[in-house]
Write a protein that binds this ligand. Structure first.
Ligand code: PEP
Length: 252
């Protein structure tokens, strides 16, 4: 058993109006048991302020943005800056989600600049890494992870690295109903920890929270959380329904 505090995170993607976010939290929060763990909820930008207001004052429940731009302001139509997140009390941000990388073409360089900006502004990044099915089948999983980690952490010193949360999300398991086996997840998480140890040091590696993401649901949460290398989960589809996400948060 590690002494890393688990994180159970919800990524609502492009789902939920403000009213729907409010209704979710009204039924979710009274039953949410946060003893010994942290909970993170990442609503779409339009519901961030309302979610932040409803979570304010709760010790171990945080609100996260699903993305941000690295610049503080400027001619970047459609983008949201770190200062805008901080302005509404949002201190966590998901960076490099596979949908950003693969649907919106975010490059390693772009993700690296976002990581630097998050750390510079004191936001806690949840950095997503993971291979596609094609890359796994070609035996390139570790090469892909190595490159994603190297570029994302390139501009970040040891102090900043200590604040980062990592989510290992094999792309082939996201929204597909396929979950990585405990063995596959553990192997990837161990690789990431070893990489952190080589790049930084053992303390960073041993204390780093590495979440698993990819078709997590009430039926598989206990098995995943029983794995020594899995320090929490990032949940998409099964986090949209309050009863389902409550079962995941209150696992065990
Ligand atoms: C995700 O969006 O990060 C994710 C893991 O989605 P799902 O749980 O739906 O596979």
């Amino acid at each position: 058993m590690s002494n890393r505090t688990p994180i159970i995170a919800a990524n609502w993607k492009m789902h939920k109006t403000v009213g729907e976010a409010r209704a979710f939290l009204d039924s979710f929060l009274p039953g949410c048991d946060t003893s010994g763990k942290e909970v993170v909820i990442a609503p779409p930008f339009t519901a961030l302020a309302e979610t932040e207001a409803m979570l304010r004052g709760l010790d171990r429940v945080h609100v996260a943005a699903q993305n941000m731009h690295h610049e503080e302001k400027g001619a970047f139509t459609g983008e949201i800056s770190p200062l805008m997140l901080l302005d509404i009390g949002v201190n966590w941000v998901i960076i490099g989600h596979s949908e950003r990388r693969h649907i919106f073409g975010e490059s390693h360089g772009f993700i690296s600049r976002k990581m630097a900006a998050a750390v510079r502004h004191g936001l806690t990044p949840i950095l997503c890494v993971g291979e596609t099915l094609e890359e796994r089948e070609a035996g390139h999983t570790f090469d892909v992870l190595r490159e994603q980690l190297a570029t994302a952490f390139e501009p970040i010193g040891e102090e900043g690295a200590a604040t980062v949360v990592i989510a290992y999300e094999p792309v082939w398991a996201i929204g597909t109903g396929k979950t990585a086996s405990a063995g596959q997840a553990n192997e990837a998480h161990r690789f990431i920890r070893e990489w952190l140890s080589n790049r930084f040091n053992n303390t960073i590696a041993d204390t780093k929270r590495i979440l698993y993401g990819g078709s997590v649901k009430p039926a598989n949460i206990s098995k995943l959380m029983a794995e020594s290398e899995i320090d929490g989960v990032l949940v998409g589809g099964a986090s949209l329904d309050a009863a389902s996400f409550l079962e995941i948060v209150n696992y065990g």
